[in-house]
Each structure stands twice: as C-alpha cells, then as structure tokens.
Ligand binder design. Structure first.
Ligand SMILES: Nc1ncnc2c1ncn2[C@@H]1O[C@H](COP(=O)(O)OP(=O)(O)OP(=O)(O)O)[C@@H](O)[C@H]1O
Length: 364
C-alpha cells in the first residue's frame, strides 16, 4: 500500500501551497547483500512528505525503520532507490560539500542528548558554530540568546553532569538551533525523560515551531508524543508506511492494526486490564470499547444514552478530555457484555449517533 500524508491542510493556505520541506518518493533502503551477506530491506517504498512549518511525527515499534528513515533526511544513509528531497534539494545527489551544507540546515536532537561531557552548556551549544568557523564574538552573541530561549540562561557554565535530563535535552535543542536550521529532526528525544519533563520538552518544541517557523520531524514509539505535538503522523511498520494523515483523524479512527496497538498502549488502562485483553471473545466475556468524542459529538451526553440503550451493563474504565492540534477530543474506555445481541444493539446506537468507536479487545 502506498500512502501519501495529507499535508496540504497544514497551518495556513500559504504553507499549504508551498513545496514540502521534506518529501520521500518510492524510497527503498536495503542493508547487506555485499559479499554473500543476506540482504535486509529496512524501508520498502516510502512515500511521505512534511509540510513547511509543520510538526510531523513518524511512529512505529522498535525495528520498524524510523531511525533509518530519519538518517536518510540528513544524508547519514543513502537510499537504495527512490528520492529524498529536503527543501527542494535531492539528498542522494549531494557532494560531500553539499552534505555539509545540508547538515547545517538540518538540526538534530537525540534520545541520549549526545553532549560532550568535557564542555559546558555554553561550549556544547557553541560547537557547531566553531566547526562552521564563526568568530568568538559572533558565537557569544548567538549562544547566550539560544540558552535564554531554551530556559537555561543561568546554566551556561554548567557541565552536562551537573544538569538534569530535561536540562541536557534543552542544551541539545539549543545546539541544534545554533546554525539556524530550517528543519529539526528529533530522534526519540523524550524517550529517556519522565512524563512531566517530556511535556516540558514537547512544549518547548511547539514554541520553537511557532516562534521560529521551524519545521519539525520527529520519530517516536509513543503515541502520547505524537498526540501532544504533531499535526500530522505516519505510522511505520516493517519498513512501510501503513497509515498516515492528520493526527486527530488517525487517533480518532485508527485503521491499521499497528496503529491500534500503539494507541491502546497509550490509553491509561490499569496494567491488569491491559495484560488481560484477548482478540477473540469467549462465552461470558466483556467487550472493551473505546468511544471517541469530537466535533459534534464532543459534548453530547451520549454515554448516558448508551447506558440506557444497553441496560445497566456498562462499566466506565478510563477516560480523558484532551486536545489534539487544538481540537477538543474526548476518549472513554468502557466495557459491556460481548454477547452478540448486546454488541449489535451497541453497533446500531453508534451508527445512529455517529459516535466513533473501536473494539480494543475482550476481557473475562
Ligand atoms: N547498518 C545496518 N545494517 C544492517 N541492518 C540495519 C542497519 N541499520 C538498521 N538496520 C536494520 O533495519 C531495521 C530498521 O532499523 P531502524 O534502526 O531504522 O529501526 P527503528 O524503528 O529506528 O528501531 P529503534 O526504535 O529500535 O531504533 C532493523 O531491523 C535494523 O536491524
């Protein structure tokens, strides 16, 4: 299946009409194959694009091909076939000089921050400028405001060992911004952080995107990250993009099994419940169903009507009202009898009311 992300409706009509910041066309990446080694296809026909000025997420399980995909964007890997275009330039055709210039325009942040432990926060941020041959006065004029921007104006002289994980990532972000990139790549940048720090770093990325107009492409295995910051998402599985579109729509109405699994793991279900989910019901089991409320259904008292429709047999297990890309969105996990007659009544109710639902599985 070939899917192209819906990027045209990103931020504004101007943005929508501009050429994408990143585009992948029929990209295949194979490893091995030389001197009798078995060949491995890590990316298998990727069509994907990221609108200028947007925040886009690529989500997938470990080994799906996320890192390979992102390494093609900054030219650390070369596609076996197909084209990767960044800001109008085909990465595969670049000389060493061209690649160096590309990497100045593409900042990157990492899961483990990749700071030099022997350098202070200031000197870590200064490093890409030193490499680019910028003089000392200009470096000083640039690094101070960058540290202020990421909230570390008072930590310039601290070494990485004296900083928390979140502070280290802020240094990483300031360093990535030092060469005024047009694109920021984020490789699992919040995976080593606790939930609260994760949110503060994601807020910073949102602010940088809004204030500097920087395009952000992030890869992650966490639906929560995508949901919090990305306007668009592509789900990657075994080297293929299996589902893509506006985050809100993919989250509200996941079509592919991989998306559903990633999404279920982001719901705040108690562990005993999550671990007990079966794909097929046995006699006497209950269906575990996610109800999604948005748009017209957002604030209607549909849950009460569902309970009335099915009798008293509805348990509410988890729920939250959130925002995805600024749109209100409610999600409620309920269980009721998996008896076919009850399931059919519920299905009819959903069809009549337009309520989006998803059967997560069955529990005893
Ligand atoms: N240089 C390489 N040589 C051979 N195989 C590779 C190479 N780099 C990646 N792969 C394989 O390609 C597949 C995709 O790897 P990749 O690192 O892109 O996945 P990922 O989704 O980023 O996973 P993770 O989240 O665990 O980093 C994996 O099966 C990996 O073993």
């Amino acid at each position: 299946m070939t899917l192209v992300t819906a990027v045209a409706d990103a931020a504004s009509p101007d943005v929508a009409n501009a050429a994408p910041m990143v585009s992948f066309e029929k990209v295949v990446k194979r490893f091995g194959g030389a001197s009798g080694q078995p060949e491995f296809t890590a990316l298998d026909g990727i069509d994907f694009s990221v609108a200028r000025g947007s925040i886009a997420g690529i989500i997938g399980r470990s080994g799906a091909g996320k890192s390979t995909l992102i390494r093609l964007v900054n030219g650390l890997e070369k596609a076996t076939s197909g084209t990767v275009v960044v800001d109008g330039v085909e990465v595969g055709g670049l000389s060493e000089d061209g690649l160096r210039s590309l990497r100045r325009q593409v900042g990157m942040i990492f899961q483990h921050f990749n700071l030099l432990s022997s350098r202070t926060a200031f000197d870590n941020v200064a490093l890409p400028l030193e490499i680019a041959g910028v003089d000392k006065a200009a470096i000083k004029a640039k690094v101070g405001p960058l540290l202020d921007l990421v909230g570390l104006g008072d930590k310039a002289g601290r070494y990485p060992s004296e900083l928390s994980g979140g502070q280290k990532q802020r240094v990483g972000i300031a360093r990535a911004l030092a060469t005024d990139p047009k694109l920021l790549l984020s490789d699992e940048a919040t995976s080593a952080l606790d939930p609260e720090t994760t949110h503060s770093i994601l807020d910073l990325l949102k602010r940088i995107n809004a204030e500097l107009g920087l395009t952000v492409l992030l890869i992650t295995h966490e639906m929560e990250v995508v949901k919090t910051v990305a306007s668009h998402v592509a789900v990657i599985d075994a080297g293929r993009i299996v589902e893509a579109g506006r985050t809100f729509e993919v989250y509200a109405d996941p079509r592919h099994e991989t998306t559903r699994t990633l999404l279920a793991s982001s719901l705040n279900l108690p562990e005993w419940l999550r671990n007990g989910i079966k794909r097929q019901p046995s006699a006497g089991d209950r269906a575990l169903v996610r109800l999604v409320f948005f748009g017209d259904t957002a604030f209607k008292p549909l849950t009460g009507r569902l309970v009335a429709e099915l009798g008293a047999d509805v348990n509410i297990l988890a729920g939250a009202i959130e925002e995805i890309a600024g749109e209100p969105f409610g999600s409620l996990v309920v269980s009721y009898s998996a008896d076919p007659a009850v399931m059919a009544r519920a299905q009819q109710f959903y069809a009549e009311t337009g309520l989006k639902t998803e059967v997560l599985g069955y529990v005893a």
